[in-house]
Design a protein around this ligand. Sequence first.
Ligand code: ATP
Ligand code: MG
Length: 561
Amino acid sequence: MILDGLNEAQRKAVLTTEGPVMIVAGPGTGKTLTITRRIAYLIRQGVNPGKILAVTFTNRAAREMRERAESLLGKEAMGVFIGTFHLLGLRIIQDVLPGEFIILNRDDQAEILKPLLKGSGIKVHRAAEIISRMKNLLEEPDQKMKEIYTEYQSLLTAKSALDFDDLILRPIEILADQTYRSGFTHIMVDEYQDINAAQYRLLSLLTQTTCNLCVIGDSDQAIYAFRGADITNFLNFENDYRDAEKIILKDNYRATSTILRASDQLIKNNLKRIEKNLNPTREGGVPVTVVSVPDEKAEGSFIIREIEERIGGTSHYQLIHKTENSDGGSHCFADFAVIFRTNAQSKALEESFHASGIPCQIAGRLCRFPGNKLEKALIERKEILERGLPFDEFLNEVINESGLASEFGESDLTLLQAIASHYKDVAPSEALSGFINELILLTPSEIYDSGADMVTLMTLHMAKGLEFRVVFIAGVDEGLIPCSMKRDDVDIEEERRLFYVGMTRAKDELFLLHARSRFLYGQRLNPSPSPFLKDIPGELVKNLTIPDRPKEKKERQIRLF
Ligand code: ATP
Ligand code: MG
């Protein structure tokens, strides 16, 4: 079952369990699927699940991987550590320093920084950014930041507090100390192209005692270059592990060949890359639709109309369930994603969705998520759990009793339930601390429920690793893609990779929307289409132009009143 349906290269990746392995492959070639199968295979081979570590880039990706591993293996998969670098870091810290410490959220961090910045002319948000960058790149503070940084760190120590980046830095210190052993014998890292200097350091310390390290990624999808990530990560890996087995996956199972060719032609324009040939397994497909709309409102309306057409009848939304699959049956809402470059675009799109009644969730939105309150409520009532209630039922009871149900959105509750269900057979104290760890690390931008039947609205950065039947990229305008607004240092190749990540999320259909007039950052602009559109060959594209709306008489009459 574990090897079922895998192609030869994927099979090899699963079966090569000893020594360093590097899997480099384009989007949709089954990299993530292969790691999941590899975890299952390792356990079947008798490796203790507790010695297996799989690092993912987001909590969501971790959850999906865990679910897939569990469906292959059942409970055996529970003991595997599947999580982000931050969750891993947290676990290492808790192993060594089980005492009380707090993790600062952005607001807490701002409170600490504010008084330190008086007279420096540096804004809080900027200082937090500089500190985070330094910690991620393992750099020393420059002259201007030195004093602020030192004071900041000593305040953190005094409060027994850690900021988010310390979840990587502290474990580096702990592991460098030699006495602590993490005990992992088989380590896998997905989206390896995006690891930064600190994560790289952590990883090399973890592999001091094992060389069974498997890294997986695609350098064309490196979208965190500002943190020092690009093809150099893979080049370094080959240097560090000269005997590494290199496995290339060539078959793309996700996209139609049209979408695959269109995205391939785009990314070929990057100079700094390793050329690869992707082989489509799905022939044909409809052309990529490039749509020119009058403004951002028309952009939203166009998207809504296309979704409605595929769902079939707006009045039946509530009746439609996820019964059909991608074999040409009708679509469900979760089959659609609307992806954009900056959060500033989400408001207009969200308004269009709300007006239409189509259910949508916005990943990447700064939402209110009362995680701290829930944590407190769980701890206050922990004796209920100790009486033997399964963790998921305990969570329900606490949410209801504490009156927090009304403070969480419906999709947040579903997500919490999904996390809690993983802890239902775990010892009470472990379940509670495990759940709370995940809760702390659920950054607002990740509050997103992959199981809910809703259209997803999200930024290009958030879309990494995901796939949808129909993808709309909104704002394919000059100034947004590549994003040069409000910035003076544009890395064109990175921006092209980001657009590539967006395009390659699509399985069946891809729409690229450009607005001739757009209200953004407080002003009305008249952008040209994105220059990247020229990279896509004309024969793969269908162009549509939605004409300007005629000025409505009615509107003028209303104004006269
Ligand atoms: P990305 O680079 O975007 O993260 P990926 O390489 O991780 O992509 P997956 O998400 O693992 O790709 O797989 C893409 C799709 O292809 C999934 O729907 C997966 O189920 C399917 N797939 C992968 N391998 C096979 C296979 N051998 N046979 C059929 N479908 C497959
Ligand atoms: Mg993947």
